[in-house]
Design a protein. Structure first.
Length: 375
């Protein structure tokens, strides 16, 4: 019999797909695409070792586990896959799908261990790709690059475009922008309608200051899918870098037109209005963002910056505290909170915040430290 298999990508959104089945679950956040790994039956050599009765028992346990996995009952599925493996030790599909259940349960080490076993039994490109995804999620980027390289070296496959894509993401994370462009372009060559590769290639172009090609990629996405809201938002950021504020505002408004919950668009419009000293308009956009998600660090940061611009330092301080409580990795929050503290005559607190901002990479904080915090 043929065994179905599924895999969950390490992305902010993902789609679960089962072999010979319709899509049964979709989680939508930022990116949306899927990996389809069609596991094959065990080798003939393995079948010969087991009796027909043992084979049937192992397959029964496997099928029970697979149904549990489809129902997101991961703990029960892991137990059933283990029972199948206890009967049929060389059962790559059971190891593989147990790895799926483990990654869904945030057991990345267990997932990778099971994929190691799969590759020992069947060193096929699709399994190298799967382990590369797991290693990517585990932030073992060197190991992930090695696995994606093996997947790519095999040539044309179902996963070639995704292996190139992940490779591009890793290079981008490592600030190797030229290599990232090459890998993302290779992903598009393998799958020309791979909009997420276009989207992230545009982000790399933007980071390189190549605004023309960034706009071109975002425009290509929107011609195919005019409801791709993050393309509007990020294209708007490119317009801001070009100081084309009217086009930026229109781009953010288009994002909201297609997705009224596009919180990043509201935040960007709030920040853009603030930069133009349109305080009332900024306040409306930021209030909408906080209403959509009161846990958004960026929304609270925008509110804090608005109040600081209006010299409401006590109110701004409270909002900076909220933003930092939700995300303590943003140097701007510490930098500006320090300014508020300095205005409120808390010089020690200001210097402490500027030290934090400096540690997070803010060169402007270094200037404040040098000018205001000399011993």
């Amino acid at each position: 019999m043929d065994f179905g298999s599924i895999f969950i990508l390490n992305l902010p959104s993902y789609t679960i797909i089962a072999f010979n089945m319709k899509i049964f679950s979709i989680f939508t956040l930022f990116l949306l695409y899927s990996t389809l790994l069609n596991a094959q039956t065990a080798s003939k050599d393995t079948v010969k070792v087991l009796s027909q009765k043992d084979m049937q028992a192992a397959e029964l346990k496997y099928n029970e586990a697979y149904i549990l996995l489809q129902s997101n009952k991961n703990a029960e599925a892991i137990t059933k896959f283990a029972e199948a493996i206890s009967i049929k030790a060389n059962f790559p599909e059971a190891y593989y799908n147990r790895a799926v259940a483990k990654i869904a349960s945030d057991d990345l080490v267990g997932c990778i261990n099971d994929l190691n076993r799969v590759i020992t039994l069947k060193p096929e490109p699709k399994y190298f790709h799967a382990r590369g995804v797991a290693r990517f999620k585990y932030k073992d980027f060197s190991g992930a690059l090695e696995d994606f390289g093996k997947s790519i070296a095999a040539g044309k496959s179902t996963f070639l475009h995704e292996s190139h894509y992940y490779t591009g993401l890793i290079y981008f994370n490592q600030k190797k922008n030229s290599e990232a462009i090459k890998s993302l372009s290779a992903a598009l060559q393998a799958k020309p309608d791979f909009l997420y590769a276009l989207h992230d290639r545009a982000a790399v172009y933007f980071a390189m200051g190549n605004y023309t090609d960034a706009h071109s990629d975002y425009s290509s996405i929107l011609r195919v899918n005019p409801k791709f809201t993050s393309a509007y938002i990020n294209n708007g950021r490119v317009f801001i870098a070009e100081k084309n504020y009217e086009a930026a505002a229109l781009s953010f408004e288009n994002a909201i037109k297609y997705d009224s919950n596009a919180i990043a668009a509201y935040i960007n419009l709030g920040n853009l209005s603030l930069s133009q000293q349109k305080f009332d308009q900024s306040a409306q956009y930021i209030a909408s963002a906080i209403e959509l998600n009161a846990q958004s660090a960026q929304a609270h940061l925008a509110q804090a910056n608005l109040w600081m611009a209006q010299m409401n330092y006590s109110g701004a301080l409270a909002e900076f505290n909220e933003s930092i409580k939700k995300d303590a990795s943003n140097p701007i929050a510490f930098l500006n909170r320090g300014i508020c503290k300095e205005q409120l005559r808390d010089k020690k607190g200001a210097c402490d915040d500027w030290n934090q901002a400096s540690g997070l990479g803010s060169s402007l904080a270094d200037q404040f430290l040098g000018a205001q915090c000399k011993k």
